[in-house]
Design a protein around this ligand. Sequence first.
Ligand code: PAF
Length: 277
Amino acid sequence: MRILTDPAEVAAEARARRARGQRVGFVPTMGFLHAGHCSLMDLCRPRCDWLVVSIYVNPLQFGPTEDLERYPRDPEGDARQCEEHGVDAIFMPPRLYDPDHSTTVRVAELQDGLCGAARPGHFDGVTTVVARLFGLVQPEVAVFGEKDYQQLAVIRRMVRDLAMPVEVLGGPLVRDADGLALSSRNTYLSPAERARALSLHRALHRMRAVAAETDDVDVILTEGRALLDVDRLDYLEVRDGDDLRPLGRLRPSARAFVAGLVGRTRLIDNLGLAASP
Ligand code: PAF
């Protein structure tokens, strides 16, 4: 497995692979990898000849009061996990943007609510970095986790609207044995906070159980909200899982979305409300 740090080098290597008829697969990450990331690598591995994982904590997607400075890092652990999951190259640039970088990629509407409302500018940072990474790595296939469900929808829309020649796949959310959605940010949680963080998952499951009895979204939301034990609720919503439209009545594609702060840690989760999501 190679470690590439120079954007020009990863672009040249990807070009050479494609010229030899190889398919390039790509899993973009911000590092501090866990089993969720590994499942994305496993999804991508059989679909490509050359699998690249990027590790880059992208400053453009963090707000001024967010955790950019303390975002967890573990380059050795990341390299070990990549090696174990058959990754061919890690791309970890110390710097990704030119000093006079001037372009922002913005996907309107889909980023208006949910995390887009709670984190202004966040998705502009995500789409800008993913567009730049796609330009360098030129993958035929790229995999993103469904834990960041809105992010996945925004990236799919960017790829469609800009006719980027890449197939985007979503990897199912991975949970710890107790149900907590895996996230690099879980490492911030104290044991007491971690216990409270489970309320997100419990609320979503309660909502799914209630959804089997009624199609009234207000009733479903009320039942879920009652179980939440967070310090700040950013949102609890039911939306269409296909186009993220808010729903008043259930439909088969309905999905529940939640985000909030437990202590200083912002957590998100989502669950399909049909019996098998
Ligand atoms: O999901 C993430 O880890 C990041 O948002 C991504 C897609 C790597 C862009 O920085």
